[in-house]
Design a protein around this ligand. Sequence first.
Ligand code: 5BU
Length: 260
Amino acid sequence: MPLPTPTYQDRIKHTTHPLSRRLFELMEKKKTNLSLSADVTKKADLLRLADQLGPDICVLKTHIDIVEDFDQDLITQLKQLATQHQFLIFEDRKFADIGHTVQMQYRAGIYHIADWADIVNAHSLPGPGIVQGLKPADNAKPRGLLLLAQMSSIGNLCNKEYTAETVAMALEHKDFVMGFIAQQKLTDDLAFITMTPGIGIATKGDHLGQNYIHPTTAIVERGCDVIIVGRHIYQSSDPKAAAQECRLLGWSAYLQRCGL
Ligand code: 5BU
């Protein structure tokens, strides 16, 4: 039997990153380590999910570029819901270019992601310039980055060496990098948060290479911190009930891991 691991609460003192601290706090307060991947293409559906499931999640993950009727009002309302229900907004943009280009993609264009997304993610493939390009010039708004260290899809090219280099890159930028998108805990550094997509309850994957693991496997066996769930929830006939099921599975797995 492995030794119990520190709680999210315990880990607050191990990080000075304002958003990591906030995330640990709100996970404990709301008793949820569930992130909803709200991959819907209509503004109204996205807002409905954020409002109905907001109380059950710690992070709302968006793919803003799939929303067909995107407008500024969507952002205004999402931010209001994030404040009302206390969740962080994570735009799953997966930046993957040189620092200069990602800076423009992050700050400019139609979406102005830097203005509203608490967290974004980036591939480590281009090297540390991508982290420097995304890092805010000032601390006016706290912003966090997750580095993609592993992927859930079958046949992905993130081998052990790539993953280890990604962790090393994160260690150089702890003021901005909150942790990883990964399929397992990658470091004993208690500051880093592991967020894990590819979470399924009854299904093993899809026909396009997605590979699912169960919340208990992710949290207890693999040491992940946040489970990211999409279709299992938003394609359910009862998304609220599906979210509550995932929330319970994720939270009881966390309690088990902490020996609580
Ligand atoms: P699903 O419907 O639970 O399969 O959605 C998973 C989400 O997580 C979806 O938005 C993907 O873009 C995202 N994802 C993933 O599935 N696997 C990965 O390795 C990464 C992101 Br990185």
